[in-house]
Design a protein around this ligand. Sequence first.
Ligand code: HEC
Length: 137
Amino acid sequence: MNSAKSAAIILFIVCFAAACNSSSTLTTNQAQPLASPATPVAAATATPDPFAEAYLDFQKNCQVCHGEKGQGGRVEIEGRKLKVPSLRDGHALEHTDEKFVKQITDGDEEMPAFRDKLSPNEINDLVRFIRKELQGK
Ligand code: HEC
């Protein structure tokens, strides 16, 4: 193959690639005005309360035993009398995040395991919720 011919082929390929590129850039540009309004809305609903979801998880899964504010106390659940510790003070202040995560994931004597109900992320968020909203840390 002579060099002029191969140069022409290369030039052709480069032009072709550039044309492809610019046309795909065009399509993304056109799509952007449609896509962008969705982003600020999603961000706006996420920002006001970073714990909104964790709070819902708490209400749904934990409140029956630990109480609305995590204060604990004596509760009767399905015929069993439990003495539930406060998540706001006492031992709960000293136990590490890792211990909390393990306790929520695997359960304990009377505390049910949540590994099948909550994802590791949801459990981490719950621990952060307990620290910030219940313990004020
Ligand atoms: C059936 C009642 C019950 C439910 C529901 C429950 N817990 Fe517990 N939880 C307990 C009891 C009782 C203990 C004390 C340890 C034990 O006896 O198992 C405990 C202990 C804990 C501890 C350790 C506290 C410490 O002092 O270290 C954490 C953290 C905790 N629970 C978080 C949660 C979270 C988060 C949820 C919801 C996802 C939840 N619990 C749901 C009964 C419950």
